[in-house]
Design a protein around this ligand. Structure first.
Ligand code: CA
Length: 253
């Protein structure tokens, strides 16, 4: 993420004890701004990302080192997304590799063609990034269950992504969908500080016109629900920066 001036997320994902490499996602998109936005969000999820702009570049990359998932734009210079997908399905090494196609609004017949040609999913532009990321996670959980944990555990808190449940010690923690996503986001990268703007982008979506104080409101609700029995607060407020899930939580006590 040097382009955005942010810290390298991949450095921060390699926590001690996590020997499993994060899933790699190839983004094939010729709109630079969208490609960057996707890369940023993919890295924030803890996945590795590679970006190419042309269909023929994608083909080369897919042959050299197939990723774990491809986000493939339909309209590309060089070779079209549809053709890239068709050729992927014809090759043994990439026959079952998950593909999410990005299509333009209204191309109903093209979408149907995309799915017939072997895309696993499609999403219509303009789309919400959180929605796309939810589909990425769902596809990866199906295709790479070994690489994407369904259960996030820190100390006495366990978050079950499959069943949308959170348990603290033995009690069930009741969270609204936003608080759940917030906790999932923070727990997914313990110690990483997310600004309010990053949390808004990642959870509500970039297009959402929501005041940053909304984040504080939901963090407040999340804290309250997690510490209903007076337990330790796992979320740290970093003044002037944002929030993070305490990486020492469950380790120091
Ligand atoms: Ca395009």
């Amino acid at each position: 993420m040097t382009e955005l001036g942010a810290q390298s997320v991949s450095d921060r994902t390699s926590r001690p004890g996590s020997a499993v490499a994060p899933p790699r996602i190839l983004v094939v998109e010729d709109e630079a701004a969208l490609s960057l936005l996707l890369a940023y969000n993919i890295e924030a999820e803890g996945f590795a990302v590679e970006r190419v702009e042309r269909g023929d570049e994608a083909e080369l990359r897919l042959i050299e080192s197939p990723p774990d998932l491809v986000i493939l734009d339909w309209m590309l210079p060089g070779v079209s997304g549809l053709e890239v997908c068709r050729r992927m399905r014809a090759r043994e090494a990439t026959r079952t590799l998950p593909v999410i196609m990005l299509t333009a609004r209204g191309d109903e017949s093209e979408r149907v063609r995309g799915l017939t040609i072997g895309a696993d999913d499609y999403i219509v532009k303009p789309f919400s990034v959180p929605e796309l990321m939810a589909r990425v996670r769902a596809l990866l959980r199906r295709s790479r269950p070994d690489r994407v944990a369904a259960l996030l555990v820190a100390g006495d808190i366990a978050l079950d992504r499959e069943n949308w449940r959170v348990v603290r010690s033995s009690r069930s923690v009741h969270l609204g969908p936003t608080e759940f996503r917030l906790l999932e986001y923070l727990m997914g990268k313990p110690g990483r500080v997310f600004s309010r703007a990053q949390l808004l982008d990642g959870i509500w979506g970039l297009s959402a016109e929501i005041d940053e104080r909304t984040v504080d409101v939901h963090v407040g609700r999340l804290r309250k629900a997690l510490a209903l029995a007076g337990e330790r607060d796992p979320i740290r407020t970093i003044r002037g920066a944002g929030y993070s899930f305490d990486e020492t939580f469950g380790k120091s006590d």
